[in-house]
Write a protein that binds this ligand. Structure first.
Ligand code: ATP
Ligand code: MG
Ligand code: MG
Ligand code: MG
Length: 477
């Protein structure tokens, strides 16, 4: 099956179970002080679970674009190094708002994986909540019973509160969850060590694919749990991981989701994917980061110097640095991936194809601007690194202030040389500068969204945009 077919099969399966298929929410979240980016399929349904709004349909399903680069879920450091955590990924999900519960959620998940996708049952494991004495919570016996009807008992594993109990926040709806894991190891390895021991143990080939959350409690302010009158289902399955399992690959990047991008990068850099670990990581980072950056921009978050905008700028600069250092791209390159990506998502997330030219221009301007100082900055860093055993805060700040190096980039460069950065010293230097420039506060571009790319306005790069705030094209929200 191709990735397109796999996505469609998911949606039509749940449609056949009376679910309404709904569109993905934007990846950029506005007006929620607790969240910058959508990091799970359930985000857009939060108010239904909190009882603040009534859903139109009691069963829905979708594919949600998610970004896990900040806050509670930050997978950025793993990306490219491992083969299954991305910055931007699609989360397939099905929901029941006070309608069906554990039995259907479990049975349908199993049916989909084993009969529609025909995943090998001998490679699947499931986990259930083991209970928690301090909370007075028993083992999830219901989930156990439903799984027992489908899968061998020794494949049902107990999980702790960290992995198998989901909470939205300090208070509110919560409940046990049951996760499905897939073992992609070769047969010879599987016969040597049982997969049970490797579930939730960061093994690169035994990975979590689907999380089924059973919302059945409400946590009160005083910390106690009460039963919810209406119980809900919230599931999330990593699309790229699912595709990998179905396509029998050992890396998400070997699937048809990422290969077109990787092959393009390989062609332009004239380095084969697979030639060396360092260049492979760089290609994975590029093919991943361009997705995050492109969708963030298409969804209204331009790179900027603060908040969500700075998160996006950091990801972009990280990608530019990998392209520059390991793949030999000394001139702008990343922006070339945008049309390819947009075409891939046609009919899935059309927001990108509609704004393709604009997104490409923004990425290009970012690249031009950062490449201008990157060479000198890296040279400064190289010289410094030969003379020092650690990176002091003032130097990290100089790289930040003069050469536009986000602190995590300096940290990455330093780690590659085995050096440690004085983060506190950096924060101190940053704070001092903030105090100096407080009087001259610039416009907060994090509050600006793209409305239309009007014909009259010529894009001159975000630096100028920030300075002049072109009201024709941007409106404060
Ligand atoms: P993991 O333990 O692998 O980090 P998780 O437990 O944090 O995953 P959930 O919050 O349960 O993930 O999200 C539901 C599903 O989304 C996961 O089962 C996984 O398939 C997928 N997923 C989570 N994080 C990522 C990511 N960074 N990149 C790709 N897929 C992801
Ligand atoms: Mg995680
Ligand atoms: Mg997990
Ligand atoms: Mg999980």
């Amino acid at each position: 099956m191709t990735s397109k077919e796999i996505r469609e099969a998911y949606l039509s399966f749940f449609q056949s179970k009376s679910h309404q298929i709904v569109p993905s929410a934007p990846v950029v979240v506005k007006n929620d002080p607790t969240l910058m980016f959508t990091n799970a399929g359930m985000n857009q349904f939060k108010e239904f679970f909190l009882g603040e709004a009534q859903p139109k349909f009691s069963r829905v399903a979708d594919t949600q674009r998610c970004l896990r680069v900040s806050g509670k879920h930050n997978d950025l450091e793993e990306v490219g190094i491992d083969t299954y955590h991305h910055t931007l990924f699609e989360m397939l999900g099905n929901w029941s708002f006070g309608d069906y519960f554990k039995k259907e959620a479990i049975t349908w998940a199993w049916e989909l994986l084993t009969t529609v996708y025909k995943l090998d049952k001998d490679r699947l494991y499931v986990t259930i909540f083991e209970g928690d004495e301090r909370e007075g919570l028993a083992r999830d016996a219901e989930a156990f019973e439903f799984w027992k009807a489908l899968i061998a008992e020794d494949r049902i594993l107990l999980g702790n509160k960290k992995d198998n109990f989901w909470e939205m926040g300090e208070t509110g709806p919560c409940g046990p969850c049951s996760e499905i894991h897939f073992d992609m190891r070769q047969d010879s390895d599987r016969s040597q060590q049982s997969g049970q021991e490797l579930v939730n143990a960061d093994h690169p080939q035994v990975i979590e694919i689907w999380n089924l959350v059973f919302m059945q409690y409400n946590r009160l302010k005083n910390g106690t749990l009460e039963a919810l009158p209406a119980r809900h289902i919230d599931t999330g399955m990593g699309f790229e991981r699912l595709v990998r399992a179905i396509q029998g690959k050992t890396s998400n990047y070997d699937t048809d989701v990422f290969q077109p991008l990787i092959q393009y990068i390989a062609g332009r850099s004239q380095i084969a994917y697979g030639a060396a670990e360092k260049t492979d990581i760089a290609m994975r980072v590029l093919s991943d980061h361009i997705r995050a950056v492109s969708f963030a921009i298409a969804d209204g978050q331009l790179p900027s110097n603060n908040k969500a905008g700075y998160v996006i700028r950091r990801i972009l600069r990280r990608a530019v640095r990998y392209a520059y250092t390991f793949l030999g791209f000394k001139t702008p390159f990343l922006n070339e991936l945008v049309p390819l990506l947009a075409a891939q998502f046609e009919g899935v997330f059309d927001e990108l194809i509609q704004q393709k030219d604009f997104v490409q221009k923004v990425v290009l301007e970012e690249e031009v601007s950062f490449l201008r100082t990157l060479t000198t900055g890296i040279q400064r860093f190289e010289n410094y690194a030969t003379e020092h055993l650690s990176v002091d805060g003032d130097f990290a700040f100089e790289l930040f202030d003069t050469f536009g190096f986000p602190i995590d980039l300096t940290d990455l460069l330093s780690r590659e040389k085995g050096l440690v950065v004085d983060m506190e010293g950096f924060q101190r230097a940053l704070q001092q500068q903030k105090e100096r420039s407080r009087a001259a506060t610039a416009v907060d571009t994090g509050d600006w969204v793209v409305l239309v790319d009007d014909e009259e306005g010529v894009f001159v790069g975000y630096d100028q945009l920030e300075a002049t705030t072109q009201l024709l094209r941007y409106r404060k929200v």
